[in-house]
Design a protein around this ligand. Structure first.
Ligand SMILES: NC(=O)c1ccc[n+]([C@@H]2O[C@H](COP(=O)([O-])OP(=O)(O)OC[C@H]3O[C@@H](n4cnc5c(N)ncnc54)[C@H](OP(=O)(O)O)[C@@H]3O)[C@@H](O)[C@H]2O)c1
Length: 380
């Protein structure tokens, strides 16, 4: 134990051992970059507090935030709204890749009105991330955090992190459309008993099915730049949602609840971090916890998703042209055999330990190839 460390915070929480649970993501409700809430002003503080309080009152016990969400506003909101619930809720925050870990966490603690967080996570892995993670672990030993986690890393970094510090949790994007984690991160988390925290489980709202056509977000909404809200990817996802709708109806759930229940049913997922901007959304999302999906229902969802994203095949011309393209492009084209998934292609590149690749990049590239008539897709 470090000199001055608090001896009274108890053992590190075992996020892994718990039943999968629905957590609360406090980016949209407390932060910036999400445009104006529906019919509400961006500064409607009482609504925001009521949203977080609603989650806590209904038994949600895991709250995720970051100092970058609204430049501290999300943490301040949690500090106010969770005060009466502090003893029984888990608060997870983050430290940015270029921040001084101690200064950042201490500022977070002040905003959160608490003298420790349950989990402090390194938000991203930039140069020197190993040292930062070790500094977070020193803060854990000093009693300022009960456990250390990592976000947005490659599986190679995740494995390394687990050797460097007692890593309690890993947070990555995961929903029924965005499934890179299944290739390497989720199996690794299961093997090493690191809790997997699934973020963006509603694909930033798309999975609720509320967008019949590509939405137009305001200039201050980061969703403007998300590729699945536009173009061919929106079309593929919308077509899949149209097929999932009857299944959700049959199960007596909303599409959003089906998406969250699906994530809760995936092996290795410890916490599903759903964002919500109103108490009504909190209630709708909690419907996902009322009944676990059966393996049959999970398989039906998976079949719809698989059919919506058939991996394309590269034409002979694409293969010939690729000989003169960059290494990443060649890597993709060589694997476009009509059977290898976008996620598997991306993961096999990331295995090399260079700049990582995700399925979204493979899809966007394949869409460009499609426009040039260079791939053959069963979906066309
Ligand atoms: N570590 C990281 O780098 C990272 C990155 C992203 C997220 N996260 C964490 O993960 C959490 C969740 O991700 P997210 O908030 O980005 O995305 P999400 O949970 O997939 O989507 C949340 C958004 O969907 C809409 N929504 C939620 N429930 C709804 C309902 N019942 N009906 C209709 N719309 C609904 C709301 O936005 P509208 O009402 O505006 O549509 C809400 O803000 C974040 O809050 C954050 O804690 C972490």
């Amino acid at each position: 134990m470090l000199p001055g460390a608090r001896p009274d915070v108890g053992p590190p929480p075992r996020f892994w051992a718990a039943e999968p649970r629905l957590g609360f993501g406090a980016w949209a409700v407390g932060g910036a970059g999400w445009g104006r809430g529906r019919g509400r002003g961006p500064h409607d503080e009482s609504d925001r507090i009521a949203t977080v309080a609603r989650a806590a009152e209904r038994g949600v016990s895991f709250f995720d935030t970051a100092p970058t969400y609204g430049d501290g506003a999300s943490e301040s909101l949690l500090g106010r709204a969770l005060r009466p619930h502090r003893a029984r809720v888990t608060i997870a925050t983050k430290v940015g890749p270029h921040a001084d870990p101690r200064a950042s966490l201490e500022a977070s603690l002040r905003r959160l009105q608490t003298d420790y967080v349950d989990l402090v996570q390194l938000h991203e892995t930039a140069d020197g991330w190993e040292r930062q993670l070790e500094q977070l672990d020193a803060l854990r030993q000093a009693g300022k955090a009960r456990a250390v986690g990592l976000c947005n890393a490659t599986h190679l970094q995740l494995a390394r992190a687990n050797e460097l510090v007692p890593l309690a949790a890993y947070q990555g994007p995961y929903n029924l459309f965005d499934r890179d984690a299944e290739q390497r991160a989720l199996p690794l988390c299961r093997e090493r008993e690191v809790a997997f925290l699934a973020y963006r489980p509603l694909a930033a709202g798309l999975l609720t099915g509320k967008y019949a056509t590509p939405p137009v977000f305001s200039a201050d909404d980061h969703r403007r730049g998300i590729y699945w809200f536009k173009g061919r990817e929106f079309g593929r996802r919308r077509a899949a949602l149209d097929r999932l709708e009857p299944l959700a109806r049959h199960l007596g759930m909303s599409l959003g609840a089906l998406a969250l229940a699906w994530a809760l049913a995936r092996p290795g997922v410890a916490v599903v971090l759903a964002g919500a901007r109103s108490a009504a959304q909190v209630d709708q999302n909690l419907a996902a916890t009322e009944r676990a999906l059966t393996p049959d229902a999970v398989a039906r969802v998976d079949a719809v998703v698989r059919e919506a994203f058939p991996p394309p095949r590269a034409s002979e011309r694409a293969r010939a042209l690729a000989a003169a393209w960059g290494e990443r492009e060649r890597h993709i084209v060589e694997r476009l055999d009509g059977g290898t998934s976008y996620e598997a292609i991306a993961a096999s590149w990331t295995d090399r330990g260079q700049q990582p690749m995700i399925a979204a990049q493979v899809k966007v590239f394949c869409d460009q190839l499609t426009e040039q008539g260079l791939v053959i897709s069963d979906a066309e």
